[in-house]
Write a protein that binds this ligand. Sequence first.
Ligand SMILES: [Fe+2]
Length: 327
Amino acid sequence: MPVPQHIFDPPFNILRASHAVLDVVDLAASRAFYENTIGLHVEDADSDTVYLRGSEEHQHHSLVLRKSDTAACRRLGFRVGNEDDLDRAASFFAANGIVYGFVERPFQGRTLHFTDPFGFQIELYAQMEKRPHLLRRYDLYKGCHPQRLDHFNVFAAELQDTVDFYARLGFRLTEYAEEDGEGGRIAAAWMHRKGNVHDFAITNGAGPRLHHFAYWVPSPMNILHLCDVMASSGYLKNMERGPGRHGISNAFFLYVRDPDGHRLELYSSDYQTMDEDHEPLRWSLKDPRRQTLWGAPAPRSWFEQGSAFAGQDVRPPLFTADVTIAD
Ligand SMILES: [Fe+2]
């Protein structure tokens, strides 16, 4: 299947993945998990919403938890370069028949919501209230010392079309997994705006759904420490996969499930990709080092479970990829 070309003059300038907005059923349980076990900093909270951020982030929030009757992914947030980019984005969406609208959101400047042609609910903003970062406030460090939100990974039912859409918005492919042989189809793609392996990964599967969101941590030791913390704080069964080293991205990882089943990755040690001649790396779907460099395949839940987007129907994928599953 075709690998998208890099586009260096997109219709508007997305800087990076910024924040996730999640619907959670038990707000107190979710807050306790993210604040005390993972170690995010609560910046603001009321009876319906909790705003959290990592130690490195100047922005007010990179995770928003909203109390709801049903767990879901409400929206994925990306930051754009400036206010003009929001207007350029609105013009692009209007010209291409994409549902969009400007909304008011606490602690954010003008915010533009859009639902892409595949049902992913995205919000764009240029300005968010700033806070002093907490990087040198070691006295406040908890959990695995999460520094910043790094990326999103989604299940897409229409994999190639979704990859092509985001390539058109300037997301550049860094690595991809593909079936072998003539006519082999891309089954997963890692795409970036900010200059590391990805801001947005797109995985073949029932979608639209959020597969996971990821926070950067300073080192693999922080991830190993989190394993010990989760094992001794009642979250043993919430550790789904890892710790390990991905072949794809080369990152050290752990995947955990929050009290509602939303999947969070703790992520460390990938690499830079901002050079304009940086070439995508292809992986065979059958290479055992792809999922985990050391060879361990992912569990079945990894391929089947994810968070639906609130209000969006989930469709089966256009094809079933022949992936290696642990059981
Ligand atoms: Fe990830």
